[in-house]
Ligand binder design. Structure first.
Ligand code: NAD
Ligand code: UDP
Length: 310
């Protein structure tokens, strides 16, 4: 297979490229390096079957491929709010360009959607048939609404043009290759604890998230792409739910850190709770995560120690 991974130099994309290469595929990694970096894919340059293209998916591109994983989009609130108009363009124009490409070359195309399509959810845990509770004009809207429109475009290209689509809704995922200044909670807390800085808990830390280790997620992405007959959307994530304060305490404990927890204002529209119901993924893909938060955090900590020389 010749496979295009947009956003392939980012956190999840780089792991996905690696796994696809190991499976013997030809991989074209496309990225504009907004939040991705060469370092994440440097080790893949040794594969003859690996190519990199520096390109922005808001512009069209013509390539001959069999499959497309559309991962390109900043995912950390800090990064996607930096240039919100560009974030919406990346989701919407990026989807149109990649779907146009898939239509022309008859490629199967998978969209990396997100639990953020559920917004600040009133249904808990979240199931795929829940339509969500999203503010259309808040600081998170560029990301949430952009991803929602992308899902709409995927569905409409499927019904109108018979494009072979897959939609996955990814819940909070963490692991090696996250940027130390990524701004998301797992990387922030580990970096703060390693540097001896105060751990910044937003609000009172009672809001919840459910954290999936990247290897588990990548397996599910590939399973979803490779199976026939089920287009999604499907939730992919680890259903073990923790409060943000529990996460802070767990990371402190794992690092035997004496650093203090500093409570800071809760950002506007920060979802109060998030936990995937993964019954559909279990049924349709025979998949469920196997890496516990403890084990996954240990691997992430090893990675950040090396990144920071700590
Ligand atoms: P990331 O920021 O590390 O990776 C995104 C990659 O896309 C980066 O390499 C970036 O440079 C690239 N990119 C951004 N805009 C682009 C553009 N216009 N053209 C080309 N490349 C562009 O984030 P990630 O965590 O690896 O997320 C990957 C995908 O998964 C995103 O689409 C994200 O929305 C989705 N997702 C991730 C999570 C998570 O917890 N990590 C959760 C839900 C959804
Ligand atoms: N958060 C926090 N401290 C930080 C970064 C994030 O308390 O330094 C909180 C944030 O308010 C949210 C949760 O951790 O409730 C997850 O934030 P993240 O940015 O990782 O992703 P989100 O799930 O909100 O998109």
């Amino acid at each position: 297979m010749r496979i295009l991974v947009t956003g392939g130099a980012g956190f999840i994309g780089s792991h996905l490229c690696e796994r696809l290469l190991e499976k013997g595929n030809d991989v074209i990694c496309l990225d504009n390096f907004f939040t991705g970096r060469k370092k994440n894919i440097q080790h893949l340059m040794d594969y003859k079957s690996f190519e990199f293209i520096r390109h922005d998916i808001t512009n069209p591109i013509l390539l001959e491929v069999d499959q497309i994983y559309n991962m390109a989009c900043p995912a950390s609130p800090v990064h996607y709010q930096y240039n919100p108009v560009k974030t919406t363009k990346t989701s919407v124009m990026g989807a149109i360009n990649m779907l146009g490409l898939a239509k022309r070359v008859k490629a199967r195309i998978l969209q990396a959607s997100t639990s953020e399509v559920y917004g600040d959810p009133e249904v808990h845990p979240q199931t795929e048939d829940y339509w969500g509770h999203v503010n259309p004009i808040g600081p998170r809207s560029c990301y949430d609404e952009g991803k929602r429109v992308a899902e709409t475009l995927f569905m409409d290209y499927h019904t109108q043009n018979k494009v072979d689509i897959r939609i996955v809704r990814i819940f909070n995922t963490y692991g090696p290759n996250m940027l130390p200044n990524d701004g998301r909670v797992v990387s922030n807390f580990i970096v703060q604890a390693l540097m001896g800085d105060e751990i910044t808990v937003f609000g009172d830390g009672s809001q919840t998230r459910s954290f999936c280790y990247v290897d588990d997620l990548v397996k599910a992405l590939i399973k979803m792409m490779e199976q026939d007959g089920f287009i999604g959307p499907v939730n992919l994530g680890n259903p073990s739910e923790f409060t943000i304060l529990q996460l802070a305490e767990k990371i402190k404990e794992k690092l035997s850190s004496t650093t203090k927890i500093k409570f800071m204002p809760l950002p506007q529209d920060d979802p109060k709770q998030r936990q995937p119901n993964i019954s559909l993924a279990k049924e349709k893909l025979g998949w469920e995560p196997t890496v516990s938060l403890d084990d996954g955090l240990s691997k992430a900590i090893d990675y950040f120690r090396k990144e920071l020389n700590k």
